[in-house]
Write a protein that binds this ligand. Structure first.
Ligand SMILES: N[C@@H](CCC(=O)N[C@@H](CS)C(=O)NCC(=O)O)C(=O)O
Length: 230
């Protein structure tokens, strides 16, 4: 069986990573759009027919292989196309650095991002009467645990970028940059004040968004939303 790669993408989701990756790799692919349920914020159950986790991103390769988890999508396709697009590494040190990026972006780092954003949004949405007490409690969680934890990962990323020629690792653009962009995008959108002291991250983030492949990915996602969801 040989067909095009299909990126199964939920609107406004980590699925952006997979589309951007395809553009950087320069391979033929198509986007199949799915929607979040506006009440439960869960994905369209149709995604479970592609992979039982039912989450985005999930990618069907041209031979029918299904790859779920954004980190694994980066690894599988980065490795597969390493000869035609240099987003991967062949040496042990380089591979470890890339894989560290793939694991850490979705593990502790994303947990801290979710905690802080969830906390800030919860404080904004609690009803007036309970907001004082609940707000205080959430504020303590953020200032004592989630905030410092997030700063730990932001400091480390900022340092990595400073030591790697303006990229996340290996002194050049790799799949790890694609992965971390979503973390910073979320911070930028919901809690930008957290980023203000991280000059390397801010410069890197702007450079990522200026990449032709990044722009092309977002253009294709907009077209897919228009043609498939509206
Ligand atoms: N660790 C997974 C997370 C995937 C994930 O949680 N995706 C969200 C969108 S950003 C999703 O599909 N949510 C819908 C749902 O949970 O039903 C990855 O990196 O791919």
């Amino acid at each position: 069986m040989s067909q095009r790669i299909v990126v199964h993408h939920l609107e406004n989701s980590r699925g952006n990573r997979a589309v951007w990756l395809m553009e950087e790799l320069g391979v033929p692919y198509e986007i199949k759009m799915y929607q979040f349920d506006s009440f439960t914020f869960k994905a369209d159950p149709a995604l479970k027919k592609v992979h039982p986790a039912g989450k985005s991103p999930v990618v069907t390769d041209s031979d029918g292989t299904v790859v779920a988890e954004s980190g694994l999508v980066m690894e599988y396709f980065g490795e597969k196309y390493r000869k035609t697009a240099d987003l991967w590494a062949d040496d042990k040190k380089g591979l470890l650095a890339i894989k560290y990026g793939l694991y850490s972006a979705e593990a502790n780092f994303m947990t801290a991002v979710s905690m802080v954003i969830g906390n800030v949004r919860a404080r904004q949405s609690v009803p007036m009467g309970v907001s004082f007490v609940l707000g205080k409690l959430l504020g303590v969680i953020e200032s004592r645990w989630a905030g410092p934890e997030l700063h730990r990962w932001l400091s480390l990323l900022d340092q990595q970028i400073g030591e790697n020629n303006g990229f996340c690792c290996n002194g050049r653009f790799t799949v790890a940059d694609v992965m971390y962009e979503t973390n910073i995008y979320l911070m930028h959108k919901f809690t930008p004040h957290y980023l203000k002291d991280y000059d390397n991250i801010i410069k890197w983030y702007e450079a990522m968004h200026a990449r032709p492949a990044f722009k092309a990915a977002h253009e294709k996602i907009s077209q897919a939303v228009q043609t498939q969801l509206k």
